[in-house]
Design a protein around this ligand. Structure first.
Ligand code: FES
Ligand code: FES
Length: 85
């Protein structure tokens, strides 16, 4: 019997934030599970896990830093927690 994977724990996509130029009024879906190949956004790879993407609505145009490590306390944006991983 194989050990079941823990499908409720995110994996670290990268230990640094991902800068993205967002547009006011646009909605983005941040990958919470770390499995997406289109970081920092969801590509559907969370399927089969207990995780789901988090919606982010940009209020202004500009660069934001999405969390790549999935351990941030201010999801979906980086709060510096990646430095402790
Ligand atoms: Fe990670 Fe969808 S692929 S939340
Ligand atoms: Fe996750 Fe910075 S990349 S807290």
């Amino acid at each position: 019997m194989t050990t079941p994977t823990d499908d409720a724990t995110p994996i670290i996509a990268q230990k640094s934030p991902i800068p993205v130029e967002v547009e006011a009024g646009k909605t983005y879906f941040w990958c919470t599970c770390g499995r997406s190949d289109s970081q920092p956004f969801c590509d559907g790879s969370h399927k089969g896990t207990a995780l789901a993407p988090m919606k982010y609505s940009a209020e202004t145009d500009g660069k934001v830093f999405f969390c790549g490590c999935k351990a941030t306390g201010t999801a979906p944006l980086c709060d510096g927690s990646h430095a402790k991983l």
